[in-house]
Ligand binder design. Structure first.
Ligand code: ZN
Length: 454
């Protein structure tokens, strides 16, 4: 009897061609003429060489005639992981980028977010953002919704229906908001967080989980932060928030939390820094604060488009990596104007080069390193690297089938190119036209099939 039958994991699909992914040791590993099998549970059952076809087909019990062969300019990469995106801000993405953070929140963000009380509006925006990000190759998204529990639940339902892996956060904020109808009391914030977690968990969506979401320290009283830390701990949940994005915000945090040594210390004291925490930005963190991230296992989401668009700062990713802090990339829609992780990859490279212009001794990031941040790094930042991030046996098959030479695509290939060059061209020049298929946990989610219950 074949191994696969013994374990009850029959093979559903086998692909043959080039696979490109990252490992802990190698930023870009290229497997040419590889064979990858996905079982009926959507997990990677094996990865081997093309010449092993006969042996693998016998071991895993599949027919060699059922193997899907990739074309010459095609390859698979792991699905990209957006570690920080505001689903609720998608409606004004691409606009409103002339104000600094605190003024931007009051002028644009809070008035728009207040509209998500209306579930019809929420349904429209959330469907569009889930579809757009999937089409752009985001197989996992860590979402901020709004303070509205029912609309946040709807976001979870839509992500599930379209097959996206998602962490979904009902936003908590009990102070410093000038917008009249977009407020909650501390008690409401706690109660609704409990209700959100309970109701979302009850749905038992396989790929969608709740994440405890204090907006950021200036929006929350210390009492609320302490409560949210306790909720996350007692329910073993993910946590997301923002930290050290711009200098005006830093001053405000110092004023609001005079007894804390640093911005990081504010969260740490409230038990909000854990190995399941992801904090967006961190542009202005001190080395001492980075050490605290390392110690607690908390991670950073680097959102370069947003940091530049709102003139917030430039994160020194090299310094973060040298401190061995987990780090992924985020789009931070709509502070970042693009919902594409390819944009995030490009802006991360640009930001690194800006630091080099300012200081010739700065060691810039390579495109290989940034590719790893967009995939494996993101999975580690979200503590989901046991499930996704690269093509390791046992992980879910979250993957993009990329065709660099897509006939209606933006890339012209003049001559034969090696896979690494094809990857570099895709990262720098490609778009959704090059992403011909998207898989999450083995299921083909792009091109879209109509969801059953969105
Ligand atoms: Zn954000």
């Amino acid at each position: 009897m074949a191994n696969s039958e013994r374990s009850g994991n029959a093979i559903a699909h086998v692909y043959r061609g080039t696979f490109v992914h990252s490992t802990q040791q190698t930023a870009v590993q290229i497997l040419e003429d590889a064979l990858l099998g996905v079982n009926t549970q959507g997990k990677i059952a094996f990865i081997g060489e093309g010449k092993e076809l006969q042996r693998l087909s016998q071991t895993f019990g599949f027919s060699t005639s059922e193997v899907t062969q990739l074309a010459k300019h095609e390859f698979f990469i792991p699905g990209m992981i957006d570690t920080h995106i505001h689903a609720s801000q998608y409606s004004y993405a691409g606009t409103a980028l002339e104000l600094p953070l605190l003024q931007w929140l009051n002028t644009y963000t809070f008035p728009v977010e207040s509209r998500f009380k209306d579930l019809e509006f929420a349904h429209k925006v959330y469907t569009q953002v889930v579809k757009r990000t999937l089409r752009n190759g985001t197989t996992t998204a860590c979402y901020f919704a709004t303070i509205h529990t029912d609309a946040s639940l709807l976001l979870g339902q839509i992500a599930n229906a379209f097959g996206q892996r998602a962490l979904v956060g009902k936003v908590c904020m009990d102070r410093n908001n000038s917008v009249k109808h977009y407020k909650e009391t501390s008690q409401e914030s706690q109660d609704e967080t409990y209700r959100f977690i309970k109701e979302l968990s009850k749905k038992e969506y396989p790929l969608v989980k709740p994440v405890v979401t204090p907006r950021f320290a200036p929006s929350c009283t210390e009492a609320l932060l302490v409560q949210l830390g306790a909720i996350a701990k007692n329910n073993n949940l993910h946590i997301q928030s923002h930290i050290s994005e711009n200098t005006e915000e830093l001053k405000l945090v110092q004023e609001l939390f005079p007894n804390s040594e640093s911005y990081t210390d504010v969260y740490h004291k409230c038990n909000l820094l854990t190995d399941k925490t992801v904090m967006a930005h961190g542009c202005h963190l001190s080395d001492k604060e980075l050490a605290l991230f390392r110690e607690t296992g908390a991670s950073l989401s680097h959102c370069p488009n947003s940091n530049i668009s709102l003139c917030s700062g430039v994160l020194d990713v090299r310094n973060v990596l040298n401190h061995k802090v987990k780090l992924g990339l985020g789009t931070d829609v709509a502070g970042g104007y693009s919902s594409s992780m390819l944009d995030s990859v490009r802006r991360a490279l640009d930001s690194s080069k800006v630091l080099k212009i300012q200081n010739p001794d700065h060691e810039t990031l390579t495109f290989e390193e940034v590719f790893r941040l967009a995939t494996l790094g993101g999975s580690q930042a979200l503590s989901l690297d046991d499930q996704t991030g690269n093509f390791e046996v046992g992980k879910d098959f979250d993957a993009l089938r990329v065709n660099v030479a897509a006939s209606d695509g933006p890339i012209d290939l003049i001559q034969h190119e090696e896979p690494k060059i094809l990857l570099e061209k895709f990262l720098n020049l490609g778009d959704d036209r090059n992403i011909v298929e998207v898989f999450v946990a083995g299921r083909k989610v792009v091109p879209f099939t109509e969801p059953t219950s969105a």
